[in-house]
Every structure is written in structure tokens, then in C-alpha cells.
Design a protein around this ligand. Structure first.
Ligand SMILES: Nc1ncnc2c1ncn2[C@@H]1O[C@H](COP(=O)(O)OP(=O)(O)OP(=O)(O)O)[C@@H](O)[C@H]1O
Ligand SMILES: [Mg+2]
Length: 422
């Protein structure tokens, strides 16, 4: 039983609830259908920690064995922060202005989707203290541990300026043993200290090393290829570079950088500028009254037609649609981060009775096809929208459907204006 519970007489009567190790597997399976959203969780965390750059790379652990490395230059963590990061439900996302994390689950579900064991090295910017922590499914299995457990150690600088693991009795030896045995990347105390030294020299704050990585990931020269389930008969592949360039895209060229720069396998990811993917564009903004008592939420939108030349680079040839087959839809951005890449709206060819008129228009715009609305939301505004836990969309509540209906209305308006102009 945790100390704080047993020492408080008011809670003596309460039952301590176990968190079984299986939670790690279930969280990854429940929250992430694919590896792409798992990567995004880790980049989101770096963004919430005010990182300017995130590096995604691979590290050779042993011969022909690789692990994933996600490093950032954010604020870093102290020992309490690190344990909170491993814990369930604790979140500091909302404390950061414009933060996207709120559920206290993303790190666990995301890292465990990508691999089985995670070693975290972190240097807290404020105090310069250094910590390493291990969350490992292999450790639980091999050591017969049933309850969720993590290992942490502090790394300190000696008088000679050399780094070493802080010696605090028996715990220190045991922790180092666990890290050596199960991190999949560090084979000795010296190896751990060397990794920390490199992190410090590079002036980076938090490094997440994931080993025993999922077989759905394949290394490419400047990319990681993700094998995605589509349905039971067919799997397709997605480029992490293309995915992240969309998820951390910008709405306009002049937008100040809200998202960190992402360097994937030593090459910077160029964010998509949503404005450039549209032609015949216009801006629209409308307020939404939602049942909540918090008043009006203003929604800013960019409307237009999908640029037929912008055919999603990296998408397999057979999945590319011809412009005239493009559906209409909404692309959602929350606090500068794209959330739902595309939601088809119900207005489609013929439904608005304008079919004849549309056929006069160009092939792409005929029947309103390919019409897009890019919607900027700020979660501090009272729109009633709530993110799904994996940030891959919104909870399908009343507000969501109301907003979608408004979008549909705006799209119709824009389509008919565009038609009259031509
Ligand atoms: N790279 C990082 N740098 C600094 N702190 C981090 C980092 N990653 C995670 N944390 C800390 O760990 C906490 C838990 O992270 P986790 O992703 O599990 O939840 P969250 O981001 O708060 O919420 P959500 O489940 O919505 O993502 C964060 O609130 C943050 O305090
Ligand atoms: Mg998170």
C-alpha cells in the first residue's frame, strides 16, 4: 500500500485499488488503432513541455536490433514529474498555455503501442537535475510482477565533474539491474551515464528510448514506414513523415511557429501549409451557441476547393482519388495542431438540387466535390467540443454534430458563391 494512504487515518478504511500490468497493453490497444497516433502523442507531450524541436531517430541497441528515440528540448522533468509521467491519469497539459494533453494517458498508451519497454532520460531545465526511469512490460513478465511498477534513478555530477548514478543503498543496485536487463538499450551503468552525458552536451531535455519495437514499423532512409490496418482484407502503408507534416501543419504561411520543428531521421519535416492546399479560397468566421452556459464560441474557418495538384504526396497510387471523386469535408485544427484530418460532410452531389448548375463548373468543382473547410478551434473557447483520448478526432457529442451541420451550411454557401463567380 502506498505510504500516503496508510499514514492517513481518514483513508484507512478505503480499499487500495490495484493497477495490473495488463493496463499497459490494454491502454495501447484501446487508444491507438495505428502507430501514427502513438507517435503524435509523444510529439504532443514535447510540444506541451514547450519544446522547440523534437528529434525522432533510431538507435542501434545490439547487432541488427534497433530502438526508437524521441528527444526534445522542452522543460524536462524532476523525479516527481517522471513518476507522474509513468502514472495513470495525472496530467499537466492544461497548465501549459495552449496545451493539448488532458487525459494523463498519452505517454503510456503511445509508447506501449510502439514497443514493449521504455527508458526515459530527462534533465529538468530549471534545476538541472537528471533522472532516468524505466517502464517495461518485459520486466513485469520476466520478474512475475503483477502490479504496475516503474524504476527511477537519479544521476548526479561528482566533484570531479563526472556523472554517476546516485548511490542510495539497495534500491540503487536493484534499479540499475532492472535497467540493464530490460531497457533493451543500456547494458551497463556506464552506458546509462554516457547516454545522459550526451543528452546534456546536446542541450536537450527529455529522451524517450523505446525498445522491442512493434513489427508494424519499418525503417526507411529518411522516414519510418507504418503498416496500418485498414480492414481485415487489406493493410496499407503510411509514411510517418507525411503524416506528421499534416498533423503539425500550419494554417497560413505567416503563422508564427506554434508547433515544434520535427526532425525525422536527421531531416526536418516541412509542415503542410493548409492554405496552400486550397484554391478559390475565402475566409469565414461564425459564432456558435452551445447548450453550455459558457456563452459563445467563435470558430474561424478557411473555405475553398481542394487543389487538384495537391495529391497527398506519399499516398499509394491505388489509393489516390481523382479530383472529381473527392468528397467534401472538414479539416480540424486545435491549438494549431490538426486533429481530425478529414470529416466528410453530408452535402454532396445532387443533394442541394444544384446538380445541373454544377456541371457547368470545372471538372473538379462540379457538384461541389473537393470542397474543403479548414476549421480552427481553440479549446478554451466554449464550443462544447471535446477531444478523443487519442487526439484523432472529437467525441461525437451534440456540439460536434451541431458544428458539423454549420460547416455543411458554410460549405454550401461557399460552393454557390464560387459557382456564381465563374
Ligand atoms: N516530453 C515530455 N517533457 C516533459 N514532460 C512530459 C513529457 N512527456 C510527458 N510529460 C509529463 O507527463 C505527463 C503525462 O503525460 P501523458 O501523455 O501520459 O498525459 P497528458 O499529456 O497529460 O494527457 P493526454 O493523455 O491527453 O496526452 C504530462 O502531463 C507531462 O507533465
Ligand atoms: Mg500527452
Amino acid at each position: 500500500m502506498p505510504e500516503q494512504q496508510s499514514s492517513n487515518s481518514n483513508t484507512d478504511a478505503l480499499g487500495y485499488i490495484r493497477t495490473c500490468k495488463n493496463y499497459l497493453r490494454s491502454a495501447s490497444a484501446v487508444h491507438h488503432r495505428t502507430s501514427s497516433t502513438a507517435f503524435a502523442e509523444l510529439v504532443d507531450n514535447a510540444k506541451d513541455a514547450s519544446a522547440k524541436t523534437v528529434w525522432i531517430n533510431r538507435v542501434t541497441a545490439r547487432k541488427n536490433q534497433f530502438c526508437l528515440s524521441i528527444t526534445d528540448d522542452g522543460v524536462g522533468l524532476d523525479d516527481r514529474g517522471l513518476l507522474n509521467m509513468f502514472g495513470l491519469g495525472y496530467s499537466e497539459g492544461k497548465l501549459f498555455k495552449g496545451g493539448i494533453g488532458e487525459y494523463g494517458a498519452g505517454f503510456k498508451s503511445g509508447s506501449m503501442k510502439l514497443g514493449r519497454d521504455v527508458l526515459v532520460l530527462t534533465i529538468q531545465k530549471r534545476s538541472h537535475r537528471m533522472f532516468a526511469g524505466l517502464l517495461s512490460r518485459t520486466m513485469h513478465d520476466m520478474e512475475g510482477l503483477q502490479d504496475l511498477t516503474a524504476v527511477t534513478v537519479e544521476i548526479v555530477e561528482g566533484e570531479d565533474g563526472e556523472l554517476a548514478v546516485k548511490q542510495d543503498s539497495r534500491k540503487h543496485r536493484q534499479s540499475i539491474d532492472m535497467i540493464k536487463k530490460y531497457s533493451g538499450v543500456v547494458q551497463s551503468e556506464k552506458g546509462l551515464v554516457t547516454l545522459m552525458k550526451r543528452l546534456r552536451e546536446a542541450k536537450r531535455s527529455t529522451r524517450i528510448l523505446i525498445s522491442r519495437i512493434s513489427s508494424d514499423l519499418e525503417w526507411e532512409k529518411e522516414d519510418i514506414c507504418m503498416k496500418m490496418p485498414r480492414d481485415k482484407h487489406y493493410r496499407y502503408e503510411r509514411s510517418l513523415r507525411v503524416y506528421l507534416s499534416h498533423i503539425y501543419g500550419k494554417i497560413r504561411v505567416r503563422d508564427q511557429q506554434k508547433n515544434p520543428t520535427i526532425v525525422l531521421r536527421n531531416s526536418e519535416i516541412i509542415p503542410v501549409i493548409w492554405e496552400k492546399t486550397l484554391y478559390h479560397k475565402g475566409e469565414t468566421s461564425f459564432a456558435m451557441r452551445i447548450e453550455s452556459l459558457r456563452g459563445l464560441g467563435r470558430v474561424q474557418c478557411l473555405v475553398g476547393f481542394k487543389d487538384p495538384l495537391n495529391q497527398y504526396p506519399g499516398k499509394p497510387e491505388k489509393l489516390k482519388r481523382r479530383p472529381e471523386n473527392e468528397p467534401q469535408g472538414v479539416i480540424w485544427l486545435v491549438n494549431g495542431r490538426t486533429v481530425e484530418l478529414f470529416t466528410p460532410t453530408k452535402t454532396q452531389a445532387g443533394q442541394n438540387g444544384d446538380e445541373k448548375a454544377w456541371t457547368k463548373y470545372s471538372a473538379v468543382q462540379a457538384k461541389g466535390k473537393g470542397a474543403r473547410i479548414i476549421c480552427e478551434l481553440n479549446l478554451n473557447n466554449p464550443t462544447g467540443l471535446k477531444l478523443q483520448q487519442n487526439k484523432d478526432g472529437f467525441q461525437k457529442n451534440d456540439s460536434y454534430y451541431k458544428l458539423l451541420a454549420k460547416m455543411d451550411e458554410q460549405l454550401r454557401k461557399h460552393c454557390s458563391q464560387a459557382m456564381h463567380k465563374s
